[in-house]
Design a protein around this ligand. Structure first.
Ligand SMILES: Nc1nc2c(c(=O)[nH]1)N[C@H]1C(S)=C(S)[C@@H](COP(=O)(O)O)O[C@H]1N2
Ligand SMILES: [Mo]
Length: 312
């Protein structure tokens, strides 16, 4: 990580909301974590044993926030590299200005949004969520962002809408992984409309009160905390409201391994490995994986009439 004064890289709106956020009870914890994050010039790839780990705050289950260095250096972003520990370095020069997001499809008010306008239009709030990768590791991430439903309300979905489809930037010059013919680019993901409108579903714009780093999906990425991490598509340029279930990049790559729903579920195993347990980054050993990643109370009503073995 480069040492840059955060005031140089943080747009004003996030800086302001961070100040608001830092005047809360977690002021000291966040301050300490940010100082740790900013002072450490680390290219360390060892994310499991970090002597400088300052996770002084916890989520609603009492789990410590994953340290900023790990969140910033252990990434899945195949457009840059399939090697998690190389993504951060490869993404450093990712150019995102200007960045526009088209929101359209079966809507009354399709729109093209400049990222700056989205950031000022919607209050940015902090959401601390567990992120569970389908590969069997997890983190606790203090995101900044806003509920996806705010944006969807703006464009006014029509009666026929049943799903939302998301697309990452397609730019094989900047995103060299997109020259890999194994996958069908650009990265595409989808949600059912009720999942998209759920309050837990956010568009994230920051982490630890700071702007997102390129490797985390700058300037805008989806976060759906009860689903496997691959649903949380990065660097979004298009959002369409549609009537057909979208086919994601992962469904195309391996339909028997990656389903549309991708809910975190220890009772439904990946064909090649168990989903019973996970490795929490920064901890030794493994811990049990929770149904819907620990958000069952909030989301199980969405799936009450569904066979989750079949709709995996
Ligand atoms: N566009 C895009 N989005 C993506 C990915 C990707 O390769 N490309 N990887 C996904 C996977 S598998 C995970 S686990 C999370 C990782 O997010 P993080 O690197 O911010 O922790 O991003 C998801 N979003
Ligand atoms: Mo993942």
């Amino acid at each position: 990580m480069q040492t840059i004064r955060s005031s140089e890289i943080t747009p004003e709106h996030i800086y302001v909301s961070r100040r608001k956020f830092m005047s809360s009870a977690s002021k000291i914890a966040v301050g300490a974590a940010m100082m740790a994050a900013c002072s450490r010039q680390s290219d360390s790839t060892d994310t499991s044993l970090d002597a400088g780990n300052i996770s002084t705050d916890v989520d609603e289950l009492g789990d410590s926030w994953t340290n900023y260095t790990s969140i910033a250096n252990y990434n899945n972003f195949y457009e840059f590299s399939v090697n998690k520990e190389r993504v951060a370095a490869m993404a450093q020069d990712f150019k995102i200005t200007p960045w526009e997001i088209d929101v359209g499809g079966l809507v009354k008010n399709p729109g093209r949004y400049q990222i700056e306008n989205l950031l000022t239009k919607f209050d940015q709030e902090e959401r601390v969520y567990r992120l569970r990768c389908v590969e069997g590791w997890s983190m606790v991430v203090p995101w900044m962002g806003f509920p996806l439903k705010r944006l969807l309300d703006e464009v006014e979905p029509t009666m026929n809408v049943r799903y939302v489809r998301f697309e990452t930037l397609y730019d094989p010059v900047q995103l060299p992984g997109q020259n890999d013919g194994w996958y069908s680019w650009p990265y595409v993901e989808g949600l059912r409309l009720d999942e998209a409108f759920h309050d837990l579903t956010i568009l994230a714009t920051g982490i630890y009160g700071r702007t997102l780093l390129p490797q985390n999906g700058v300037p805008l990425r989806l976060v759906v905390p009860w689903k496997y991490g691959f649903k949380s598509i990065k660097s979004i340029v298009r959002i369409d409201l549609v009537d057909q279930q979208p086919v994601s990049l992962w469904m195309k790559a391996a339909p028997n391994e990656y389903g549309f729903y991708a809910n975190v579920n220890p009772n439904v195993h990946h064909p090649r490995w168990s989903q019973d347990t996970e490795r929490r980054i920064g901890e030794l050993g493994r811990r049990d994986t929770l149904l819907f990643n620990g958000y069952a109370e909030q989301v199980d009503h969405l799936y009450s009439n569904m066979d989750l073995q079949h709709n995996f």
